[in-house]
Write a protein that binds this ligand. Structure first.
Ligand SMILES: Cc1cc2nc3c(=O)[nH]c(=O)nc-3n(C[C@H](O)[C@H](O)[C@H](O)COP(=O)(O)OP(=O)(O)OC[C@H]3O[C@@H](n4cnc5c(N)ncnc54)[C@H](O)[C@@H]3O)c2cc1C
Length: 314
């Protein structure tokens, strides 16, 4: 795919057309299970990994405007169905990978940088307030979209401004106050994606290495961390905790196919090896129905369920 950039001389006459060719990696029918933390998910009809932000802008500006686009970060909050995703999946993890401290003390970080990397970068540079990101396995782009949080910290508490890209490849910085955010909920402007953010930190306090180790240890003790999961499957309801409600239904250890409600933390579903997305989705539905029947509360998924079920000819 190519586009033409007009080159003009001082009198504004067009003197040449230079073709801009996207420099990233394009694959057809690429299995997505390898990019999700649950290790499930069918193929992307078209998969693109941009070389960098500018390349993403070139690529997206040339994409047919009718073609659907799905933004993939670390795949750690996604249940991609077994039939995969039609249209184009754009994978930002590690391709939008710049992180640097700016002269005014803010942190510039691109959407594909991992949350643990941000936490460690901040700790090394004496910036306080990002240590909660250390155990969140997704990208900053995903954390901005989910308002990811842990141990009292939330992503948008740190955000000063965000850079968005639209379907024409145009980039625009917005103040954090212009984006509506809530508990694991962010109103991303229609058709746009986050490509970078500037994070600001409090001048006082210091997150030391020991503090981050302690947060990781608290996770290790309470969550199944060496088994494929997507973290918490359900949001906590207004009153109480999803895990407690699931546990009270006697569902710990309940299994459908190779998908199992964790014995360690009832709001986690483990892929015990070879689970399909359909196994996991059935278990999600079963949990929602059981909790609703016993506690009169309909749990809302935190994990995003996307793509198509397997069709008979797949
Ligand atoms: C072991 C484990 C522990 C976890 N612990 C926590 C926790 O403590 N707290 C917490 O909040 N979450 C937790 N999670 C869930 C997950 O890591 C977060 O929700 C994370 O923010 C998702 O980021 P991601 O890059 O993986 O996003 P993905 O899963 O790739 O995508 C999630 C959604 O964001 C969209 N998206 C991704 N990038 C962009 C972008 N740049 N622009 C626009 N849209 C985008 C996707 O289209 C999708 O809709 C955990 C997950 C695991 C596996």
């Amino acid at each position: 795919m190519t586009s033409c950039v007009s080159v003009t001389c001082e009198t504004n006459e067009v003197i040449a057309s230079v073709k801009t060719i996207p420099a990233g990696k394009m694959l057809l029918n690429e299995p997505l299970a390898r990019y999700t933390s649950w290790r499930v998910g069918g193929p992307a009809e078209q998969y693109y990994r941009p070389a960098d932000i500018k390349d993403l802008s070139v690529f997206i500006s040339q994409l047919d405007s009718h073609q659907s686009v799905f933004w993939l970060g670390g795949g750690s909050n996604l249940l991609i169905r077994d039939g995969g995703i039609s249209g184009t999946v754009i994978h930002l993890r590690r391709s939008l990978d710049q992180i640097r401290l700016e002269a005014d003390g803010r942190l510039y970080v691109e959407a594909g940088v991992g949350c643990p990397q941000v936490a460690r970068f901040c700790q090394k540079n004496g910036l306080s307030g990002a240590s909660f990101l250390v155990g969140i396995p997704g990208t900053i782009g995903g954390a901005l979209t989910m308002n990811a949080g842990a141990f009292g910290g939330e992503t948008w508490q740190l955000v000063s401004e965000v850079e968005l890209m639209d379907r024409q490849g145009h980039r625009q910085w917005l103040q954090s106050s212009s984006i509506q955010v809530g508990y694991r909920k962010v109103d991303v402007p229609q058709g746009q994606c986050f490509v970078a953010a500037r994070l600001a930190f409090s001048a006082t306090g210091y997150d030391d290495h020991a503090m981050m180790q302690e947060l990781l240890e608290r996770r290790r003790l309470s969550q199944p961390i060496n088994i494929p999961t997507c973290g918490s499957v359900f949001k906590n309801p207004e009153a109480g905790f999803a895990a407690q409600l699931i546990e009270r239904c006697g569902l710990k250890g309940h299994q459908i196919g190779q998908a199992r409600v964790s014995e360690k933390h009832a709001n986690f579903i483990e892929n015990t090896g070879g689970a399909s997305a359909a196994d996991i989705e059935l278990l999600i539905n079963l949990i929602q129905n059981s909790v609703e029947r016993e506690h009169n509360i309909r749990l809302e998924t935190e994990v995003r369920i996307v793509g198509e079920p397997l069709s008979l000819d797949q």
